[in-house]
Design a protein around this ligand. Structure first.
Ligand code: COA
Length: 158
């Protein structure tokens, strides 16, 4: 896609509340004690430029259309998964922009950045997008339950 750009959230901090709002609307049910505001504050802490946690925003022209984040751990309460790190999280494309490759580009970009940070392997969990990630080379590690059924996946970046 010729007019797709992926940039650091660190360069667009004013857009963090918008993106956190997307995430809240899509996944806030997983966090009964959270709010749009706490998710905004949380995302603001994930805006490093050269290390995890870092967030990337996708733009089509001047339009913000998606996001992806690298975090140390996306299931920190799970002691049994503590050695699985870091994780890809917050992969989201606005409904009107889906199906044009934005999600795939965001994932590839996050993988490249992770590699440049010296990371050899990434993890994620997803509820519905297993096939999307399989096409991008991710493999299923386990099926599990986290406020409903999820699939934990991994990808080596070597
Ligand atoms: C998943 C998501 C990021 C894909 O973004 P996108 O920009 O549409 O992705 P792309 O255009 O690169 O790829 C789209 C392809 O993935 C497939 N795909 C997208 N979501 C899918 C899903 N949930 N299950 C299976 N396939 C899916 C589409 O069918 C499409 O395939 P096609 O090209 O054969 O039609 C987007 O649908 C989204 O934000 N969904 C809501 C949030 C979410 O589920 N995030 C991932 C959770 S970890």
């Amino acid at each position: 896609m010729s007019n797709l750009r992926i940039e650091l959230a660190a360069d667009h901090l004013d857009l963090v509340p918008t993106v956190a709002g997307w995430h809240w609307d899509h996944g806030g049910g997983e966090d009964p004690e959270g709010s749009r505001e706490t998710w905004t504050q949380g995302l603001l802490t994930r805006t490093n430029r050269d290390r995890v946690p870092a967030t990337f925003f996708a733009f089509e022209g001047s339009q913000l259309v998606g996001s992806a984040t690298l975090v140390d751990h996306d299931m920190p309460d799970r002691a049994d998964l503590k050695h699985f790190r870091p994780w890809l999280a917050g992969v989201y494309v606005t409904p009107a922009a889906r199906g044009r490759g934005v999600g795939s580009e965001l994932v590839s970009h996050a993988e490249s950045r992770a590699r440049s940070f010296g990371i050899a392997r990434l993890y994620l969990y997803t509820r519905e997008a297993v096939v999307f990630y399989e096409r991008l080379g991710w493999q299923t590690l386990a099926r599990d339950d986290f406020v409903g059924p999820i699939t934990i996946m991994a990808k080596g970046l070597a």
